[in-house]
Design a protein around this ligand. Structure first.
Ligand code: NAP
Length: 329
């Protein structure tokens, strides 16, 4: 360690594997921001399912080992590089990406991936914005190109991305249907923009959705678990309808004929395929949502940094409260 270097607590991954490879270290060097970089003192950070896939070594993204996981932090600017003009020490911010990792006391990020966090949202809520809201916006606006008056089914509405999708869809004038797996989840989905909610653990819930939407079907389905639901989704769509696959954890058999008769489409999205301009567009719309008040992240389970392995187990097992999972620093 060079003289004058500051140390922090951070999670480090030295080998790909199960949750046990997430190691808490207390002697990680705090990075120094250069040029267009900022250093954020992290107060909370979001836990996203993708971080478990990356940790396991099965994802397309394979960071160089060792690494610190995570992208979505909320906190306060600690220091800025010489070229940064948009932020100063003490500003409250949230991020959509980091350079040094998010599961840490300090995170280094490029200034164009950091946004002001308004005073009406706390740090836990700030940590729930990054991946969930930017993914929801990409699915609805950039991919499905939704229009006011259309109907949308948020299939898996009670998690981080699902609740964000409900809030955005309602703000943009859509008729919003959502699903959740528990009574508590259903209640929260209704409180966050859905007009109607269904329980995806009930045997006959698809029939109930069909009955509710009638012959016309649903214009857009934002799908969180395509390997379970894609075949049913195709049957629920309207003529020319679209399924946007946000999440899928395996294969599924479908009958392609369903796409022919209704001339419907299935497309997938990847948040990190968004261009810098698309991130800026999403950020502008979401910032307006925060100012007006329709964007209100719902925080679910909260864990201290040392319980991160438990958080990774719980987010994949799915048996936890609705809302966004966060780590507290
Ligand atoms: P999350 O917070 O863990 O939420 C998972 C959601 O899936 C919950 O609403 C859960 O509902 C629901 N679910 C469980 N069983 C279901 C079923 N049979 N049918 C429909 N939904 C079901 O995860 P998240 O952060 O919202 O992410 C959701 C998915 O999107 C994950 O697979 C994630 O990897 C993916 N994702 C993809 C991108 C991308 O760029 N493509 C970006 C972000 C996330 P209950 O708990 O109420 O049962």
């Amino acid at each position: 360690m060079a003289t004058g270097q500051k140390l922090m607590r951070a999670i480090r991954v030295f080998e790909f594997g199960g949750p046990e490879v997430l190691k808490l270290q207390s002697d990680v060097v705090v990075p120094v921001p250069k040029e267009h970089q900022v250093l954020i003192k992290v107060h909370a950070c979001g836990v996203n399912p993708v971080e478990t896939y990356i940790r396991s070594g099965t994802h397309l993204i394979k960071p160089t080992l060792p690494y610190t996981p995570g992208t979505d932090v909320a906190g306060v600017i600690e220091a800025t590089g010489d070229e940064v003009s948009a932020f100063k020490k003490g500003d409250r911010v949230f991020s959509t990406r980091t350079i040094s990792g998010a599961y840490a006391e300090y995170a280094l990020a490029a200034d164009h991936t950091v946004y002001p966090l308004p005073g009406n949202l706390d740090f836990k809520q700030g940590a729930a914005i990054g991946i969930p809201y930017f993914t929801a916006f990409r699915a609805l606006l950039h991919s499905a190109r939704v229009k006011a008056g259309q109907s949308v089914l948020v299939h898996g509405a009670s998690g981080g991305v699902g609740l964000a999708t409900c809030q955005i869809a309602r703000a943009y004038g859509l008729k919003v249907l959502g699903t959740a797996g528990t009574e508590e989840g259903q209640k929260i989905v209704l409180q966050n923009g859905a007009h109607e909610v269904f329980n995806h653990r009930e045997v006959n819930y698809i029939d109930k959705i069909k009955k509710s939407v009638g012959e016309k079907g649903i214009d857009v389905i934002i799908e969180m678990l395509a390997n379970v639901n894609l075949s049913n989704d195709l049957n629920l769509l309207s003529f020319g309808g679209k399924v946007i696959v946000v999440g899928s954890r395996g294969p599924i058999e479908i009958n392609p004929r369903a796409t022919m008769t209704k001339e419907c489409s299935i497309s997938g999205i990847t948040l990190f395929a968004s261009t810098k301009e698309e991130f800026q567009q999403s950020a502008a719309a979401l910032q307006a949502g925060m100012e007006i008040g329709w964007l209100k992240p719902v925080v679910g389970s909260q864990y201290p940094l040392e319980k991160v392995a438990q958080a990774h187990e719980d987010i994949i097992r799915g048996s936890r409260p609705p809302g966004k999972m966060v780590l507290l620093l």
